[in-house]
Structure formats: C-alpha cells, structure tokens
Design a protein around this ligand. Structure first.
Ligand code: GLN
Length: 293
C-alpha cells in the first residue's frame, strides 16, 4: 500500500520505488514500467522533465496513491493513463471501452494494404470501440469515407472523442441489425474486431481483461456468434470485389474460414500478427446473384 502521506514530500525516485514495490506485491507483471508511467502521469513530467526534480506535492501524492491502488487492483494501465497508442495514433480510453491491442494493428494493416490504390473508398468499422481500426484507416487512406459503428454508450462516448476533428463518422447502432439500413453494394471495405472469446475463456480472463467490458469480449459459447452474423449479413452491403477484414482469435481462423466458405465468400486469406498467431481473416463477397445459407 502506498499512502498519500507517505508520498507527500518524497522525491520522484523514492516515489517510483514505492509504487513499483506496491505493484510487484499485487502481482502486476511489469511493475517497474507501470510505476514509471503512473509517476509520470501523476507528476505531469511528460510536459516538463524538470518536474522530476521537485518533491511531490500533497495533491500529486494523492493522485499517485489513487492510481497505484487502482493498478494494484489490476485495472488496465491504459485506463489509468487515459490513453493508448495504436498505429501512431493516441486514443482516449478508460473504463467501458476495450483497450486497443497491438495484435489489432495487423487487422488495420491488412485493410490499409487492400485499399492501396483506392482514391476515396467507403469503409465501415463495425464494433468500433475506441475507433482504433477506422481511425487508423482514415489516417493512412486520407481519402477514405470511414464510418465507425458502436452500440455500447460508454464505448460510443470514447469513439466520438477519438473521432473529433477527423472526417470519421460515428454511428451508435447494433451491427446485428444496422446492415438493414445500408444500401446494397455501397461499401468497398468492412472491418471488424468483434467479441470473440469463448465462454470458457470468459470464465478465465486475465485480471486486467476482467475490467474491460464483457460486451466487447464475449462471442458466445464457441466465440463465433458474431462471425456467423457478419458473414451472413454483411455480404449485401459490400460491392463486388470489396473486402471484409475480420480480427480472429489465435485458434479461430480455420472455423472462420469454414464459415466464410459456407456463406459463399471468396479469395479468403489469413494474416498473422507479430507474435506469429493467425489474427486477420479477409475475404470477398460472393458474386451478386449467389444466395447461400
Ligand atoms: N484480443 C482480445 C483479448 O484476448 C479479445 C478481443 C475481442 O474479443 N475482440 O483480450
């Protein structure tokens, strides 16, 4: 436990050690790194490195003790910093929205590669959360018309903040019915990082992930519920030759490829993330006349 009283008047180095030791005792895997980030946030030293020199004020001490207690209770570090990096963007995050994962950059890169040469493609990011995928596409394909769709009110609030000042459009809707509002063949590329954890995985979450919204994680008993719905309902909104790009769990690519084939999707391929795990599945919609499943 680090208390405000113990931290008040302490130098930054002593505060760093105290926070690191408290986080270590709580079982945080990267205690030293997390301590550095929390001290930096509480002192505001990113803005002015000279602040490392001054003893902690009572206010800084109270701020740091509160952040340390939350991290010791295994809240994600990103929630305590209020932001998270993704594809060179800095996104606002906090309780109620899924923290963007480095693995998901593979999904963004796959979409950006598929859009190469397209001047002004229409792009939909479904289950957008922070908006990381749609915002990354907008950044690297500046001519794109990107719409991010999110259902949960807390996550939608982060999405709107992250999209502010960009051309990205935000829609609050449930992707399981939103397709009904879309014209046939209007989209060039649809990307989605749906909830895909199995019931068994939901029952054994890492402590940090357990603080994140279940609505962003739980994909039903076998984790595949959203893939079934997306591969059935998002054929029509894509133009012929367009692409659907899905994030998948490391073990799910074969099942998602099989569902895609059953639904008539073509030219499917899998991309691996930097850890070597299958992470993105991309496929093109069936020819217009095809009526499958
Ligand atoms: N990759 C996330 C995790 O394992 C899950 C994200 C998701 O369900 N879309 O925590």
């Amino acid at each position: 436990m680090v208390t405000p009283a113990a931290l008040t008047g302490a130098g930054a180095a002593a505060a760093l050690r105290a926070v690191r030791d408290a986080l270590r005792a709580a079982g945080c895997p990267d205690a030293a790194y997390d301590a550095f980030c929390l001290v930096q946030a509480a002192l505001g030293t990113e803005g002015d490195p000279r602040l490392w020199e001054a003893p902690l004020t009572p206010r800084q001490a109270a701020d740091l003790a509160a952040r340390t207690a939350r991290r010791a209770a295994r809240e994600p570090l990103q929630y305590l910093l209020g932001r998270c990096g993704f594809m060179g963007l800095t996104l606002k995050v906090g309780p109620g929205v899924l923290c963007p994962r480095p693995d998901t950059e593979t999904v963004a890169e796959t979409a950006i590669d598929l859009l190469r040469g397209a001047a002004s493609p229409t792009v939909l990011d479904l289950c957008a959360g922070t908006g990381c995928l749609g915002l990354a596409v907008q950044r690297f394909v500046p001519g794109a018309a990107v719409t991010c769709v999110e259902k949960e009110p807390a996550a939608f609030a982060y999405l709107c903040q992250n999209a502010a000042g960009t051309p990205v459009r935000c829609v609050q809707a449930d992707v399981r019915t939103w397709h009904e509002t879309l014209p046939a063949g209007g989209a060039d590329l649809i990307l989605c990082n749906p909830p895909y954890l199995t019931a068994a995985e939901m029952a054994a979450l890492m402590p940090e992930t357990a603080h994140e919204p279940a609505a962003a994680l739980a994909g039903g008993a076998d984790g595949l519920n959203f893939y079934r719905a997306l591969l059935r309902d998002y054929r029509r909104p894509l133009r012929p030759g367009g692409w659907l790009v899905l994030e998948v769990g490391a073990e799910q690519a074969p099942a998602v490829l099989a569902l895609a084939a059953q639904n008539g999707w073509r030219n499917a391929f899998v991309r691996r993330d930097l850890a070597g795990h299958d992470r993105a599945v991309a496929a093109q919609p069936p020819a217009a006349a095809a009526k499958t499943v």
